[in-house]
Each structure stands twice: as C-alpha cells, then as structure tokens.
Design a protein around this ligand. Sequence first.
Ligand SMILES: Cc1cc2nc3c(=O)[nH]c(=O)nc-3n(C[C@H](O)[C@H](O)[C@H](O)COP(=O)(O)OP(=O)(O)OC[C@H]3O[C@@H](n4cnc5c(N)ncnc54)[C@H](O)[C@@H]3O)c2cc1C
Length: 401
Amino acid sequence: MAGLLCAYFLKKNKMDCVLVEENRICSGVTGDTTAKITAQHGEIYHKLYQKLGAEQAALYYKANAAALEEYRLLCKKIDCNFEIGSSYLYRRENVDKLEKEMLALEKIGVPAQWVNQTELPFHIAGAICMPEQAQFHPLKFLKSIVKELPIYEHTAVRSFDGKRYHTDLGTIYAEQTVVATHFPMWNKHGLYPIKLYQDRSYVLALENATDLSGMYRDADPKGLSFRSAGKYLLLGGGSHRTGKKGEGWQDTAAKQYYPQSKIAFRWATQDCMTLDGIPYIGRYSKNTPNLFVATGFHKWGMTGSMVAAGLIADLVQGKENPYEELFSPSRSMLHPQLAVNAFEAVTHLLKPTVPRCPHMGCALKWNSREHSWDCPCHGSRFSEDGKRLNNPADGDIWHKK
Ligand SMILES: Cc1cc2nc3c(=O)[nH]c(=O)nc-3n(C[C@H](O)[C@H](O)[C@H](O)COP(=O)(O)OP(=O)(O)OC[C@H]3O[C@@H](n4cnc5c(N)ncnc54)[C@H](O)[C@@H]3O)c2cc1C
C-alpha cells in the first residue's frame, strides 16, 4: 500500500518515477490486511497528548483524518466495497486508560463519543465510538490505482551505491528513492533494526456469524478485533511480537461467540512497530537527503500509507509539509521500547543455537503453529525448508535440494 500510493502521488505530481517490486504487487502485508480506514489507532491520542502536547496530538489526528478523506474521494470512482461506518475502541474491563483516551480526544477536538453498549457478542466496560470512518477491499482499490503506474514486478533491489540501485535484472539510476519495503532494507543508515520490531496477528474469516455495522478493536493489544466483509466476519487477535509466544488464531472465541459459524479462512500476518507508536515517514536518515522511507504503521497502514504518500511527494518536490516533524524517522529514540528491542537483540545474538537469521545473525525460534523459523529480533520468517517468508532478511537460511 505504501509504495503504490507513493508512486501514485508522485505520478499525480508529474514526477518521473518507476516502482520495482520483488514479487508481485500486493504480495506483502497489504494482501493480508483487514483494511479498516480509520484515524482511531488504539489509545494513541492520550499518549501523544501527554508526551508531545495537544498541538502534535491534534496534528496526528488531522493527518489521518485527511488520509481517510483522500480515500473517500478516490473511492467515489473505484468499485472497491468502500463503506462508511463507525470505529469502536473498547475495553472489557478497567476503563481507566480508555477514559483518559476519551479525555484527550475531547481536549483536541476529535469527534468521538463514549458508549456503553455495542453489537459485540459480549459485555464491554466501555467504548469510544469514532463515527464516519471506513472499510474497503484494498486489492480492488489498488487494482484501479496501479493502472497508469510504471511497475516492474519480480525485480528485487539488492543494493545501492549513491544513486544506482542494483537488481538481478540490471541497474536503475534514481535521483531520489522511496523505500517502502515494509521493514526498511538497509541497516547502514537510520538505525531501523533497533527502532523497529514486528508484531504478528491472526485473522479468522467466519461464515454464518453476524453482520456488524461497525469496526471494533480491543484497546488491549492482545484483545480481539472485528469487522464484517461481505458474507464474512473477520475476527482478529492473538497478537504477539514475532518470534515470541502468543495465542494465535482465536478459534475458541469464534466458537464461544458465534457457535453457529464456520471458519472459512484463516491467515496471519505482521506489521512493523515503532518505538513511540508513530510511523516513520520521511528522510531515511539525516545523512541520506535523497532517500525516503515509509514504515512502522503499527497495524494502521491504510491511513498511514496515505499520509506517507502525501508527505513524501511533498518532500521529494522540496515542498514544506506540516507533518514532516511529527513523522520524522530521525526523531528522539528515547522510549522504553528501545530497551526491549535492545534486550531481544542481545539475547538472541548471544544464544548459541541454529539456525541463524541471515539478516543480522540472531538465533531463530521454531514456530510450531505456522511451521516456520521466526526471528524475535526483527521479525524475519522462513519456511520449514529455509525459504524466506518475511523481510528484513534478504535471503533464505539454507537451500533444500
Ligand atoms: C493482521 C493485521 C491486520 C491489519 N489491519 C489493518 C487495518 O484494519 N487497517 C489498517 O490501517 N492497517 C491494518 N494493518 C496494517 C497494514 O496492513 C500494514 O501497515 C500495511 O499493509 C503495510 O503496507 P506496506 O506497504 O508497508 O508493506 P507491504 O504490503 O508488505 O509492501 C512492501 C512491499 O515491498 C516489497 N519488497 C520488499 N523488499 C523489496 C526489495 N528489496 N525490492 C523490491 N521490493 C521489495 C514486498 O515484496 C512488498 O510487496 C493490519 C496489519 C495486520 C498484521
């Protein structure tokens, strides 16, 4: 989503650009998203209000609300199941944090209201309803967006020196480059291996469950998420840091809350998480003025990608953008998550087990649920026979003949 929208915006601004994709477009996380388009990103506004003040918290909302509006305009002309609905952030017990979130929203003037009842199949202690949000089919949307874009698939960028980017098929010369590879692919700049980790979530598509008019997310990151998609109900949950233990698919909840339903599909995917919950959008590092990045969407990459497209299109053209500082990848790294990331890296670098991750050499963990080797440091994943499933690793762990 991030790369394609950036290319779309650059093209719209009459910039000469190409997009290169390692596999097929939409074969990454975007192909597995649940595609709620909302400015309601967990309990982020209280955090932003406390740490950065009302102005920055309001700016974060403005950026994401503008992204939603941009989708609304684009989707008028695209057949992509775009539907307006309310987004709900709920808690099943102890609403202290949720009440603080509501207070922060009120202080910065975000349209939202407190509710005590929802259409969810269990009792909630409280919820914040943000009206007029949206959901859509991201691949139908992108099918239309890519029509006029110059795209080269099966063209992995392997390395770069200066302005030359090397692929297996040849070299591309680019004045300016946007890295939208999910986890940024170059370690030399920007300290991304310490600034990012990946978090995995599990989705069930239930048939014969119920048709929800709203979109729901538990404010507890380990809780459940819900949205309807045609005849299916998408039930998400079981989140955990990639490479660590977690609950996985929520079959028990499906059976408990929708006993008449049938699991039609199941899948899992993961997103990049930043130190402070704000995506990294802008210059890749202070030393790389012509290299840009869009990553760390914290499972909110629909609006995040749209924010990235607008912001990066401006930066590439040398224009000012009101969101540059808020999303700057070079902002302060002093957050408790930094210590967690450092601890995981040191622990798994020192752990004397095989196989090792080709990205930075961390010990991989066997994931018996999905039969894969997963890296707890940066989230690379490999199939049972060693083929790479998720970056940042750029190759396999071993080759099976
Ligand atoms: C379970 C789950 C549910 C989610 N639900 C929502 C939601 O409801 N709403 C929301 O807003 N967000 C949601 N998200 C988050 C959202 O899906 C992601 O943030 C977003 O899809 C990430 O898009 P991306 O473009 O950064 O990454 P990707 O879609 O992974 O795209 C990166 C692309 O780069 C390519 N690439 C990588 N390396 C190279 C290379 N060297 N050369 C060329 N190409 C390369 C890859 O092949 C890939 O196609 C969810 C995430 C998860 C995990």
